[in-house]
Design a protein around this ligand. Structure first.
Ligand code: 5GP
Ligand code: ZN
Length: 131
């Protein structure tokens, strides 16, 4: 059983801020900022790409609802809502979860940077990706 399934099964304690029949939301054990929350489905799915629509939608609905609550109650100035999918993307726990990271300033202990890199041929990329 994965670590989040153990939390869902109450085998490992957590600070739960929301629970229903499909979704659990807990405080991340390492609070990147005050109120950093994880929203996960109770059903074990590895990541957002492997989730069925119903499971993904339940998580996103809950993440939006809780992000509004967290921002309003903490007085945060903004929020990052994100899911890491795959090790290369920084996923360390292979059970789908959305991070809700309230943001108090651009100096918070999180960096999301869109750095310049290799130039792409947009026509070629578009041809690859468009229907
Ligand atoms: P990922 O890197 O997979 O996107 O995020 C996994 C997150 O789960 C990390 O931010 C990590 O701090 C959190 N985490 C790992 N183990 C536990 C745990 O046992 N309890 C809680 N509440 N969070 C955990
Ligand atoms: Zn699991």
């Amino acid at each position: 059983m994965c670590i989040f399934c153990k939390i869902i099964a109450h085998e490992i304690p957590s600070s739960t801020i929301y629970e229903d029949d499909k979704v659990l939301a807990i405080l991340d054990i390492s609070q990147v900022t005050k109120g950093h929350t994880l929203v996960m489905p109770k059903k074990h799915v590895r990541n957002i790409l492997e989730a069925d629509d119903e499971t993904a939608e339940a998580c996103i609905r809950t993440a939006r609802m809780l992000a509004k609550r967290i921002v309003s109650r903490t007085g945060a100035a903004g929020v990052n809502i994100l899911t890491n999918c795959g090790e290369a993307a920084g996923q360390s726990v292979e059970h789908l979860h959305f991070h809700i990271i309230p943001r108090y300033s651009s100096e918070d202990a999180i960096t999301i940077a869109f750095n310049p890199s290799e130039k792409q041929d947009l026509d070629a990329v578009c041809a690859l990706l468009a229907e």
